[in-house]
Design a protein around this ligand. Structure first.
Ligand SMILES: [Zn+2]
Ligand SMILES: [Zn+2]
Length: 73
């Protein structure tokens, strides 16, 4: 499910700045950001996408995702 993220990691020249929506921490790499999300926030998974069953730490995140998940049957 996270395969798309691996493509991003293969571009070392691309400077990205990721801001955690939950605790405002800033990360310079997507892997650090993903690790942070998994370890600190996503373990709290309480909200589920009604369409595909994906879990989210916040209601807002699940709502945003669901808006792009309409293609799921
Ligand atoms: Zn955070
Ligand atoms: Zn979904």
């Amino acid at each position: 499910m996270l395969a798309a993220d691996e493509h991003t990691l293969k571009r070392p020249n691309t400077k990205i700045r990721l801001n955690c929506d939950y605790c405002s921490k800033i990360f310079l790499t997507k892997s650090n950001f993903n690790n942070h999300m998994d370890e600190v926030h996503l373990k709290l998974k309480k909200f589920v996408c009604d369409t595909c069953g994906k879990l989210f730490a916040t209601f807002t995140a699940s709502q945003i995702f669901e808006q792009t998940c309409n293609k799921c049957p």
